[in-house]
Design a protein around this ligand. Structure first.
Ligand code: C2E
Ligand code: MG
Ligand code: MG
Length: 712
């Protein structure tokens, strides 16, 4: 039977492909993506015809053999860089046939990724352009200009920069080198496809050209990097103005085949002669400034400063060390328990990454995770974390611990890997961990990316049975509407809101709103960073579901975590609940004599009495008890009575407030009435009968106004 064009699955047969390749006019070679020498694996008959070498003499050799002795061709740099960076490139080379004769060939190199996206081969397409009538002109064009944007390429730019430096050295003029990098271009390119990516670069080139003056130089260094050279300016502010103008010119949306795309650029700026005496130094320093601009957030520009260099070198060394940290076994996971608030029962642990650096000791993730994210190293590191955490969870189960939820933090870059869900499935099956024992913690920043893709990936994970949580909730800007669409199980309230939850009404309000909202969407709420009794009581009274924090345990290495879990995992830790039905009054006064006296009197009257020597202590006590009446002195150091009662009013609107004062300034009295809405004001020295009277009325009032209790 003749070759059928397609099989049942719509695939072309390998034989047919070979025929197509063999019949082509262009020389084709397949090269292995091996960093050392990129050996040729296959060449087609057109290649054999073009070069005069039979296939068996070529296979196994590096393609450089075609260059004969002529090894110092400038474009080789570009070719080597493309191989190293695994990207496509087009170069024109002087090559030599088997008989030694010269031929000019245009080589287009394309990386070939495997299913997982790893580049395994390159395809090289050669065309013999020796006969081309205008080849000399074409060569100059190809060698000096970028084929996509028609702007000067790196080679030409470097030479233009060199000339500019020589010129300005003589004239005493200054040069500004602006290095521009499009933010998130890779993502745009991956989503839109390369041809739209090229169209985008062309549109950017046009916009840049239009906003520069005739004497300025614009070029494309490669990828998404552009360079602008400015001469004839005097003040840095003029350069800053150009940078702002460029950013302004790029801001409006671009229409590419019906899709609207928004591009922003980060810009690093170096100045001649201040930041370097030659072109290469200027480029290097602009690059350092660019890095800084990106670190500040996108769409920023930044001038180079000398001390950046030292930091850049340190950063580079750190990045280099980090690159080896995995092979050298320097990474470790610590585990921090997560508990249910109601019964203080352990439900799970969160895996937290640590780096045991040979020189710097144990390094916290805040110091290296951002670096790993910038460099892409977070992808292999994150995979290691996921695998190690899942394996650990399984091991603990096998050692007899109750099955726990293992929470693992994810970076955006990991999530954006095309086969991320498959990776999770593979790790679960390799380690044997049940999917519902794994929880992935994602951050709000991920939610601000491409909505549809994010939702689709999350749904797939959810269908696999994996649990999902949003970490550091409250620090980003995710819309509630959006949240509704996500298959999320848990929200983690960021530590920054928990820290002052018992004393700062604003933080408390945010936490309460998050809890209420989450519950209305059937999500559970985890409070992060619980350190004190007061925070714990506050959260418990307000229906927060789970918590995690130093109050129970710091993150521990695996061995210690196991001991902790064995000790605390099974039993419930909860102490006796406060006797909430007693009539309770809180007394706050910095005068210990008065505190003692009032406490004795009111105890005898049958009230439960809590005392505090200052406002902060008072607020902390309030978290743990149902208090109906608060009595506070007005004049106290640090937090005065007005401030204290104001906070009580916001945090516990149901608690009836009574103020005590020896001498009253009119201003304070007005504030007390307007801002603290006090129920009664008692003058010192206190008449005990008046106090008893006031208290009775206060409790009665409290009982008669149940609506006021809704936040308690
Ligand atoms: P996170 O996921 O919000 O983790 C909680 C952080 O709060 C941890 O810091 C933990 O040690 C700390 N913490 C917990 N309880 C308390 C407390 O009561 N008081 C205080 N002051 N801190 C508490 P850590 O381990 O330094 O991790 C910092 C961040 O680094 C994590 O924040 C997470 O965003 C990131 N990270 C950690 N491990 C990984 C990882 O494997 N992959 C990725 N992508 N990021 C990770
Ligand atoms: Mg986390
Ligand atoms: Mg967090």
């Amino acid at each position: 039977m003749a070759d059928t064009p397609q099989d049942g699955a719509g695939q072309y047969s390998p034989q047919l492909w070979k025929k197509v390749v063999d019949a082509g006019r262009y020389g084709i070679m397949l090269v292995a993506a091996e960093p050392a020498d990129n050996p040729i694996i296959y060449v087609n008959p057109a290649f054999v015809k073009m070069t005069g070498y039979p296939e068996q003499e070529v296979v196994g050799k590096g393609y450089q053999f075609l260059l004969g002795e002529d090894r110092y061709q400038p474009v080789l740099q570009e070719l080597c860089a493309a191989l190293r960076e695994q990207r496509e490139c087009r170069v024109v080379l002087r090559s030599y046939r088997k008989d030694g004769s010269l031929f000019w060939n245009e080589l287009t190199l394309e990386p070939v990724p495997d299913e997982a996206g790893a580049v395994t081969h390159f395809i090289g397409i050669l065309s013999d352009i020796t006969e081309h009538t205008s080849y000399a002109a074409r060569l100059t064009q190809l060698a000096s200009y970028d084929p996509v944007t028609q702007l000067p390429n790196r080679l030409l730019l470097e030479s233009l920069l060199k000339q500019a430096v020589a010129r300005c050295r003589r004239s005493g003029h200054k040069i500004a080198l602006l290095l521009l990098d499009l933010d998130h271009f890779k993502r745009i390119n991956d989503t839109l496809g390369h041809s739209l990516g090229d169209a985008l670069l062309q549109a950017v080139a046009t916009r840049l050209t239009n906003c520069l003056r005739a004497g300025d130089t614009l070029g494309r260094l490669g990828g998404d990097e552009f360079v602008v050279l400015l001469e004839g300016w005097q003040w840095n502010e003029q350069v800053a103005k150009v940078a702002r103008k460029i950013q302004g010119a790029l801001a409006p949306g671009l229409k590419l085949e019906e899709q609207e795309v928004f591009v922003t650029a980060s810009i690093g700026i170096s100045l001649f002669p201040k930041d370097g005496d030659d072109g290469l130094t200027l480029l290097k320093n602009a690059d350092i400034a660019l890095y800084r601009a990106k670190a500040r957030g996108r769409n920023e520009f930044c001038f180079y400063e000398a001390e950046m260099n030292a930091r850049a070198i340190e950063r580079l060394a750190m990045e280099n060390d980090l690159r080896h940290s995995l092979d050298r076994g320097e990474l470790e996971l610590y585990y921090q328990p997560q508990l249910e608030l109601l019964h203080e029962r352990t439900l799970g642990v969160e895996a937290l990454l640590r780096w045991r650096h040979p020189k710097h000791g144990l390094v916290a993730p805040a110091e290296f995770v951002p670096l790993a994210e910038e460099s892409g190293l977070i992808v292999p590191i994150g995979e290691w974390v996921l695998r190690t955490a899942c394996a650990q969870a399984k091991t603990w189960q096998e050692q007899g611990l109750q099955p726990l939820r293992m929470a693992v933090n994810l970076s955006v870059a990991q999530f954006e890997q095309p086969d991320f869900t498959r990776l999770v499935a593979r790790i679960l099956s390799d380690t044997g961990l049940q999917p519902d024992c794994l929880e992935l913690e994602i951050t709000e920043s991920l939610l601000m990316k491409d909505v549809n893709t994010t939702v689709a990936v999350l749904r797939t994970l959810k269908e696999m049975g994996v649990k999902l949580a949003i970490d550091d909730f409250g620090t980003g800007y995710s819309s509630l509407n959006y949240l509704k669409r996500l298959p999320i199980d848990r929200l983690k309230i960021d530590r920054s809101f928990v820290q002052d939850i018992s004393i700062d009404p604003d933080d408390a309000a945010i936490a309460l709103a998050v809890i209420a909202m989450a519950h209305s969407m059937n999500l559970r709420v985890v409070a992060e960073g619980v350190e004190t009794d007061a925070q714990l009581s506050f959260l418990r009274l307000r229906d927060c579901d789970e918590m995690q924090g130093y109050y129970f345990s710091r993150p521990l290495p695996a061995g210690e975590a196991k001991h902790w879990l064995e000790e605390h995992g099974r039993r419930e830790l909860r102490r006796e609940a406060p006797e909430d039905r007693l009539q309770t009054v809180l007394l706050v006064d910095d005068d210990p004599g008065i505190l003692k006296l009032l406490e004795q009197v009111l105890r005898r009257d049958g009230y439960r009495v809590l005392t505090a020597a200052n406002g902060r202590a008072g607020l902390e006590l309030l978290t743990g008890y149902a208090v109906q009446v608060v009595i506070s002195d007005l004049f106290m150091p640090e937090m005065n009575g007005v401030e204290f009662l104001k906070r009580v009013r916001k945090l516990y609107p149901g608690a009836v407030r009574i103020a005590l004062s020896g001498y009253g300034e009119l201003d304070d009295l007005i504030a007390m009435i307007n801002e603290c809405a006090v129920f009664k004001f008692l003058a010192k020295p206190i008449a005990l009968d008046a106090l008893r009277d006031a208290l009775r009325q206060a409790f009665l009032w409290h009982e008669l106004h149940p609506l006021q209790h809704r936040l308690q």
